[in-house]
Design a protein around this ligand. Structure first.
Ligand code: NAD
Length: 491
């Protein structure tokens, strides 16, 4: 299937006239041809999105804007099978997981549909006589969204839904590895009746499309999800032009299990936290902090559960772990396993690359558990973005906090305990944008998500996300018909 770029509600060829292959991570076969966008295509899309800011889109009432988003949400639900299929073909995740995720994408659009006519400024009490002051909440303009390969539709929806709810327009750049789902979503924008230019998709590589998008003068804001290296480049380039950015970056999140926890639930939560999606999630609980007294028993539990996991074709419903999504990522994960062993960590489970016909193109890594990890090791400090768990020991709350916070990331943290005191003590002191107590990896459109420290800037989800996409204007109206003395400023 050969795809086209989506600009101004039309599917068009890329200026360069070149396409590249999208590979199915399970069998390694090319299955779709993706247009190779360039600076010229970004410019066409930015012009269209900019024009739409003054076109029919801007004349819609907020309620009508919300109704369009509502219609789109319904169309996403109607097209669940198709969107699941293309997203899963591109990222190699379990069909069952992708289906749930795509269904949840619709919910983001429903939620922000309802919020479109609830955005308002306020009348501000004044310290001066004869003046009326109020604030207006205005869209920022054209938003460039840049997303990674692990959850293309969901991470795009986190940006696109609140940005459109606030009245902005979009130029979306998906990952070069997982472009198809956004191009299929574009068809639904047309069906829903969005005016031309409101949503545009330019596919291609970071250098060819991402950089020109960040630099484009008609794009005043970039909403980025990806690795911290890419995020730093985007942030620095955007700063040159004083552009606003939100950055959702990497993590190395601690999952902390106390001796008083329900250990059955905790073990299931720890496994979900690291091995769901093959560990290829920003919020993976990749550092397990275990209280010394339960260390050995808990590791045994983890090994017992993990050893039953079935690896294989991600389209099969009995499979629990799919392939790594891309070849470079696979090589990175394998390399980190080597590094961990060299650093002196003990490979307590897994660590191998399974081979055989059931593993397709053999881009699989066994779910892997390292014990005897210390916090100064690279395997404790760096994001692997794969099915690799590092286990560290701690003595008490303060020791756990010291280890958990001694890292440059701060995306999320989990705590497993039955104590209310520990719940409060830990959640106040953990340096992370999300803290889960006795659960892990929960997200919702109603609540903000984002990182402290090197894990990012800004928040996605909830009303906080809409605020990221708004400018506040202060309007002063004089109620005094006489102008004051022109040369004397009164305070
Ligand atoms: P990446 O940073 O390599 O790429 C992300 C996107 O940025 C891609 O679309 C890429 O083409 C583009 N890009 C690359 N260089 C660019 C540049 N110079 N200018 C503009 N755009 C550029 O990330 P990835 O490998 O696709 O994804 C994995 C990373 O994403 C992991 O580090 C993970 O933690 C992170 N992630 C974070 C979250 C979150 O919400 N915090 C969610 C998912 C993934």
């Amino acid at each position: 299937m050969q795809y086209q770029l989506f600009i101004n509600n039309e599917f068009v060829d890329p200026e360069l006239g070149e396409w590249f292959d999208s590979l199915d991570p399970y069998n390694g076969e090319p299955w779709a041809q993706i247009p190779r966008g360039t600076r010229e295509d970004v410019d066409r899309a930015a012009q269209a999105a900019h024009a739409a800011l003054n076109g029919p889109w801007s004349k819609l009432s907020p309620t009508a804007r919300g109704m369009l988003l509502y219609k789109l949400a319904g169309l996403i639900e109607e097209n669940l099978d198709l969107l699941t299929e293309v997203e899963a073909r591109d990222n190699g995740k379990l069909r069952t997981e992708v289906r749930g995720q795509v269904g949840y994408v619709a919910k983001y659009f429903y939620y922000y549909a309802g919020m479109a006519d609830k955005i308002h400024g306020s009348v501000v009490p004044m310290d001066k006589p004869k003046v009326f002051n109020y604030t207006r909440q205005e869209p920022i303009g054209v938003i460039g969204t840049i997303t990674p390969w692990n959850s293309s539709l969901l991470l795009s929806a986190w940006k696109v839904a609140p940005a459109l709810c606030a009245g902005n327009t979009i130029v979306a750049k998906p990952s070069e590895h997982t472009s198809v789902s956004l191009l299929e979503l574009a068809k639904l924008f047309v069906k829903a009746g969005f005016p031309p230019g409101v949503f545009n998709v330019i596919t291609g590589f970071g250098k060819d499309v991402g950089e020109p998008l960040v630099e484009h003068p008609l794009v005043p804001m970039i909403a980025f999800t990806g690795g911290d290296e890419g995020g730093r480049r985007v942030n620095m380039a955007a700063a040159k032009h004083f552009k606003k950015v939100t950055l959702e970056l990497g993590g190395k999140s601690p999952n902390i299990v106390f001796e008083d926890a329900d250990l059955t639930n905790a073990a299931n939560g720890v496994i979900t936290g690291i091995f769901s999606a093959g560990g290829q999630t920003c919020m993976a609980g990749s550092r397990l902090l275990l209280q010394e007294s339960i260390h050995d028993e808990f590791v045994e539990r983890l090994i017992s559960i993990t050893s039953k996991a079935k690896l294989g074709d991600p389209s099969r419903s009995d499979v629990q772990v799919g392939p790594v999504a891309t070849r470079p990522q696979f090589e990175k994960v394998v390399d980190y396993i080597r590094i961990a062993k060299e650093e002196g960590a003990t490979c307590a489970f897994g660590g191998n690359v399974p081979t055989g016909p059931e593993y397709g193109a053999c881009q699989f890594v066994e779910p892997t558990i390292f014990t005897n990890v210390t916090n100064n090791m690279r395997i404790a400090q760096e994001e692997v973005f794969g099915p690799v768990l590092s286990v560290l020991k701690f003595k008490d709350e303060d020791d756990a906090l010291r280890i958990a916070n001694d890292i440059r990331f701060g995306l999320a943290a989990g705590v497993w305990t039955k104590s209310l005191h520990r719940t409060m003590y830990m959640s106040e002191r953990l340096h992370a944008g999300t803290v889960w107590i006795n659960n892990y990896r929960s997200t919702s459109f109603t609540t903000p998500f984002g990182g402290y420290k090197d894990s990012g800037l800004g928040r996605e989800g909830g009303i906080e996300a809409v605020k990221e996409f708004l400018e506040t204007k202060s309007v002063w109206i004089s109620t005094d018909l006489e102008m004051p003395d022109p040369f004397i400023r009164k305070y």
